[in-house]
Design a binder for this molecule. Sequence first.
Ligand code: GLV
Ligand code: GLV
Length: 324
Amino acid sequence: MIIAVTRRLPVVATELLEGAGLTVRMHDADDPPSREALLSLVDGADGLICLLSDRVDEALLDAAGPGLRVAANYAVGLDNVDLEACRARGVAVAHTPGVLTDATADLAWALLLAVARRVREGDSLVRSGGWSGWSPLQLLGASLAGRTFGVVGLGRIGAAAAQRARGFGMDVVYTGRSRREREEVRLEARFVPLGELLEVSDVVSLHCPSTPETRHLIDAEALGRMRSSAILVNTARGDVVDEAALVDALREGQIGGAGLDVFEREPVVHEGLVGLENVVLAPHLGSATVETRGAMARMVAEAVIAVLEGGTVEHLAVPPGGGA
Ligand code: GLV
Ligand code: GLV
């Protein structure tokens, strides 16, 4: 049986797949395949390991053919996968929740601290040779202790980011589709509507999936409700934020700053963002630790093997046979 793998992954994935007697057909590169190359890569595959940059839609499923039984997305987000199309064709869908929770929450905090304490500007100053020494009024940032951390989407990652906020002495408010009562108690978090969260938070950190409902959730109006000193952090998906509206809000001082790991049209970044001092930009690094990427590789390989061998798999977004 053939497993199409759309990018070079940590080697454990290939070791596990080949160890189970499967043939790996890999796009053996760090850059994405063209759409044409992707469609020919999946032709006749029994299993697929794909990335958030691969669109898994009707056309791809057609190209794969009727033998395809499982697609494992090397990500927790599934917005690149047409789940209903997979279900209709009996293709199981796996993903990688859990193993990237701490890594992504850490990155949200790395961006937040970098913006709040102006680390990027400080780094540039030191490297430029222009630093003339310690000075009482140089690059003053914002304190976080005692301030309010607003979480949009208190799932695994949102809760992990909020737990860090508690560690930094911040109060936590959150919003989302549903209340998370156990987490509320654990984190002493208060559930509020989005509008109130935007108004009371000193930090707004996004942890919701990308869905039709969350697209441009943070638009001009939402940004207008935020505090003029507030910092927006996005480690979720780029299209949750209206990037053009964000550029305007940052330029006009409607909000204080932003830490962004994700963008609306990756890898293209709105050029307005690049010119701004009060933003820190990362190239979608949320899960990018050695440990986490290895765990994700293991998880997708094990999911593919289990589905093909008829074993059980945790975290399937679509069960084997489409659940029929
Ligand atoms: C990365 O963005 C993921 O969804 O895992
Ligand atoms: C990640 O693991 C999430 O579900 O938030």
